[in-house]
Design a protein around this ligand. Structure first.
Ligand code: C5P
Length: 215
């Protein structure tokens, strides 16, 4: 193990943790890993084979045959892929298979300065000794609104109500699963972005992170 700083960011779907992770990494010169992309690649692979992501055997086959080129697939970001990701992510063998890659990234980040990882179980399971932990959240309604506006700008016809239902379904699955459920680590700083725009959220997150990295 190295002793480079690690920032762990967890939070529910569409909480903005990915954007925060990227911006914090940029500001500090650290490497960033959006761990949701790994689960999304597994889920997308299962969908592409025409299998059911909720079937544990299909999910395990999906992680064993993980095709890293799927990380660049335009469908990676879709809500359908997000739903498939949250199904395969509930399977212990899938999580086990992705564990070493994530821990290795944290211990030996590209660039050698430090790492920012965002996901659902970074502060609780992947990097329990992270230098600073953030738990980013906002009300489901606000998260749905932000996601809806993003989708609308991309020309999607999905309604805000449909997006809200998806978000609530995914929250329930991610928080209710027995394996590595989404929860705030006891030593994580809570960042509620319900009343913050992205710039205010980034500023507040950087304040917390910089204070936490002080020797
Ligand atoms: O963050 P994102 O929406 O890309 O994550 C997709 C899904 O992957 C989540 O709903 C969650 O079920 C799963 N995930 C996870 N643990 C992580 C990151 C993502 O279970 N560290």
């Amino acid at each position: 193990m190295t002793n480079l700083p690690v920032i762990a960011i967890d939070g529910p779907a569409a909480s903005g943790k990915g954007t925060l992770g990227r911006r914090i990494a940029q500001a500090l010169g650290f490497a960033h890993l959006d761990t949701g992309r790994l689960y999304r690649a597994v889920g997308l692979g299962v969908l592409k084979r025409g299998e059911d992501p909720a079937d544990p055997a299909a999910a395990i086959r999906g992680v064993q045959a993980l095709d890293l080129s799927l990380l660049e697939d335009p469908a990676l970001k879709s809500d359908k892929t997000g739903g498939a990701a949250s199904k395969v992510a509930a399977i212990q063998e899938v999580r086990d298979a992705l564990l070493d890659f994530q821990r290795n990234f944290a211990a030996h980040p590209p660039g050698g300065k430090g790492a920012v990882l965002d996901g659902r179980d970074i502060g609780t399971v992947i990097c329990p000794d992270a230098s600073v932990k953030l738990y980013v959240t906002a009300t489901a309604e606000i998260r749905a609104r932000r996601r809806f506006l993003e989708l609308q700008a991309q020309g999607s016809a999905r309604t805000e109500e449909q997006v809200l239902i998806d978000i609530k379904t995914r929250d329930a699955r991610d928080m209710g699963r027995t394996v590595a459920p989404l929860r705030q680590a006891a030593d994580a700083h809570l960042l509620d972005t319900t009343h913050l725009d992205i710039e205010a959220a980034v500023a507040r997150a950087l304040e917390i992170v910089r204070a936490g990295l002080q020797p």
